[in-house]
Design a protein around this ligand. Structure first.
Ligand code: DX5
Ligand code: ZN
Length: 218
């Protein structure tokens, strides 16, 4: 079938050796590097900011797929792009002016994504879908790695795939949360073309990264 991008989430990496971990998943066949940014406010956890992303940038040439779980978003867009983000995905639930956020990301030369929480409808992005490079379907409530996949999100992927096809768009549909070799093909069959995986990639340590990534390709 069509190529599937695998974007390992470094939230499950060893934070004491983050540069080495990014090198290891790059060498193991990761297509993108997924970086989860949390503010302890939009989501109940704190992770990393632009300084760490900038420090990681020399360790890989793969696209940095930066998932912002923060509010507000707009004051930080420049900092994330300057740090080396290639794709910036923000949540329309995080503020009232998501269209403005999308325009700001694209104006600065990055790809723009919309992330939808499990309870959010695709209708929320109906009027910006044509502007988006990517939609990120959250298959867990954002905040932590290692949670279980919420099956109801498969129908959301199908709905988004239909809308993208009907409009003749090339929008990438990416899935994030609880993705494993056991449900990856269901995600792909529903219409996803990019998969985020944290615990399923990093489990077992660096010797297993290559086979863990391969097992997700369906
Ligand atoms: C959840 C993050 C995810 C998370 C995925 O808030 O957005 O990217 O790291 O981890 P797993 O694959 O372990 O669910
Ligand atoms: Zn994420």
């Amino acid at each position: 079938g069509a190529p599937v991008y695998i974007s390992p989430s470094i939230l499950s990496a060893d934070f004491a050796r983050l540069g080495d971990e990014v090198r290891a998943i790059d060498a193991a066949g990761a297509d993108w590097i997924h970086i989860d940014v949390m503010d302890g406010h939009f989501v109940p956890n704190l992770t990393i900011g632009p300084g760490v992303i900038k420090a990681l940038r020399p360790h890989s040439d793969k696209p940095f797929d930066v998932h912002l779980m923060i509010t507000p978003v707009d004051p930080y867009i420049d900092a994330f792009i300057e740090a080396g983000a290639n794709i910036i995905t923000a949540h329309p639930e995080a503020g009232p002016h998501f269209h403005r956020t999308v325009q700001a990301i694209k104006a600065r030369g990055a790809k723009a994504g919309a992330a939808l929480n499990p309870s959010s409808s695709p209708d929320m992005i109906d009027y910006v879908l044509d502007e988006l490079d990517l939609v990120l379907v959250m298959s867990v409530n954002p905040g932590f790695g290692g949670q279980s996949f919420i099956d109801s999100q498969l129908r959301k992927i199908e709905t988004l795939r239909e809308q993208v096809e009907r409009r003749g768009l090339s929008t990438i549909i990416e899935v994030d949360g609880g993705v494993t070799p056991g449900n990856a093909s269901a995600c792909i069959n529903a219409g996803a073309s990019a998969l985020v995986a944290g615990s399923a990639v990093f489990r077992g340590g660096p010797d297993l990264y290559r086979q863990n990534i391969q097992a997700l390709r369906g």
